[in-house]
Design a protein around this ligand. Sequence first.
Ligand code: NAG
Ligand code: NAG
Ligand code: NAG
Ligand code: NAG
Ligand code: NAG
Ligand code: NAG
Ligand code: NAG
Length: 488
Amino acid sequence: MNPVKTGGKDELRTEAVQKAVMACCLCQYRCRILLCICTPCILLGCLFIYITLAVCLSINSSTTPVGMPRNPPLPPFFIASGLNKSGILAPFPIKSFWKYDLSKEAHWNLIQYVMDRQHSPILHPGTNASQNISDLDRYSRSTQQSSGCFPNYEMIWTVSDYFSLPAQIQRFVISMHCRDYPLLIDQPRVCSKHQSEAPMLLLAIKSQSSNFENRQAIRKTWGRSGWVKGRVGKGGHVRRVFLLGTNHSGHNPGIKKNLREESNRYGDLLMWDFLDTFFNLTLKDVLFWDWFSKNCWDTRFVLKGDDDVFVRTPALLDYLNNMEAVRSNTSGQSKTMEDFVVGDVIASAVPSRLQSSKYFIPDSFYKGMYPLYAGGGGVVYSGALVLRLLQVSKRVHLFPIDDVYLGMCLQRLGVVPIHHPAFLTFDFPEGEAKEHCANHTVLLVHKRSPKEIQKLWVETLRPSRKCRNTVLRDELLEKKKKEQEQNL
Ligand SMILES: *[C@@H]1O[C@H](CO)[C@@H](O)[C@H](O)[C@H]1NC(C)=O
Ligand SMILES: *[C@@H]1O[C@H](CO)[C@@H](O)[C@H](O)[C@H]1NC(C)=O
Ligand SMILES: *[C@@H]1O[C@H](CO)[C@@H](O)[C@H](O)[C@H]1NC(C)=O
Ligand SMILES: *[C@@H]1O[C@H](CO)[C@@H](O)[C@H](O)[C@H]1NC(C)=O
Ligand SMILES: *[C@@H]1O[C@H](CO)[C@@H](O)[C@H](O)[C@H]1NC(C)=O
Ligand SMILES: *[C@@H]1O[C@H](CO)[C@@H](O)[C@H](O)[C@H]1NC(C)=O
Ligand SMILES: *[C@@H]1O[C@H](CO)[C@@H](O)[C@H](O)[C@H]1NC(C)=O
């Protein structure tokens, strides 16, 4: 600023004095601010230097002096201290519960491990454990080839001994990523309501196009659709579908025409466009679950079985009605049936390693035990469970053996199948078949020819006086056990 020279000397002097006073005030003021700001800065600086020195010193002192033992290497897994085998406390993990070396894993275990990791709520906390269906749908679509299911030949190199394996497992390995097969014959109205009441039981029977005789026997006997009276109880509405794949191997167009006619006549065939082989049976499960969720979702029970079983449908309806009553007695009604599955439960099974066996699963494909599962000859589960199975199946890679696959899905849902001795998926134990009323003690028995099925139906529908009051095998076995205990 340039002072305008208008006044005399005095004026200039006073101005200078004023300026000096102002400057002095300003200086004091600045000094105070400087002091205010700088003191903490200086203190912080000191602290910083102190900490730096302390850290440097401690690093220096922690480098092992000559002669002192070095720290042992970190253990490969963490063991919480304070727990050991001797106490009442839980045993500590003596090895890690996650996998270290995946290179020795079998093919299925390896790809499932990857999928399990992708859905782990610990590794991926963002993904909800009760993830919604559309998320899962998107995932399953992205892992499949959406435009048709072509063999994935890259898989050949992930199974160490692929070229020495039997053809059926080879075929499974290159096609197991796909479960997107179109429905060729549909029955959208099978589960339509009868007087506003949804069916009680849907019979879903695995058949093959050539097994016309078996289907006829079932249609005429235990698989009749409509209202079925219970043996003692009120019974329920029963519906029936046969689950079929295609048979392109024969190049026999006649079969296709026959099947169309059969389907028009009986309205009970479901056919998907995949090859109907033993190792493709799991496809029938997952595709049926999908179909069920769209067409039959309010049906209360499903029996999934082979077309060479005999089922005492009236007795089964009594059993199921009873189970519903018992469960709704104890707590809320619909929820309690969500984990209902009953059959011939097999525990601690291991894969067959016999090359000649129909069930052969090589070591390079699957390692470990099978989960608890119900024999695939015939198993009954609730409709509510089907919807859950469909969801969880999108996170479980297909496995060649269908009942084991169901077990794998149940395991992931935390559902334990109920064992019922009246489901005889391996026929009677020796000697028991000869007992006079044996045929009246079962709910389901495997294997029976179409002729036997018809004979059994007549026999069990009108029991002789002696067999009229025969109870199911589970009660009989318990009675025998009690008698034995008393004799001891
Ligand atoms: C377990 O802990 C107890 C008490 O803490 C100790 O006496 C015992 O030696 C430990 N056993 C083992 C196997 O470490
Ligand atoms: C997970 O989903 C449930 C039900 O859909 C919801 O109530 C819950 O808040 C979700 N949790 C997270 C972390 O998103
Ligand atoms: C389910 O996921 C879709 C897509 O991520 C999302 O738009 C939708 O809001 C989700 N629904 C629920 C109930 O979380
Ligand atoms: C396929 O067709 C052939 C010839 O018609 C027949 O022998 C074979 O049993 C059929 N297989 C199945 C699974 O239906
Ligand atoms: C299952 O069916 C598909 C489609 O027809 C076929 O490509 C595949 O080879 C079949 N798998 C087995 C194990 O037969
Ligand atoms: C339901 O509970 C009642 C009382 O506890 C009992 O009397 C009845 O027998 C039960 N019904 C069934 C089907 O278990
Ligand atoms: C039980 O059924 C079988 C057919 O599966 C039949 O051969 C047998 O005679 C029946 N038993 C009796 C006691 O009727």
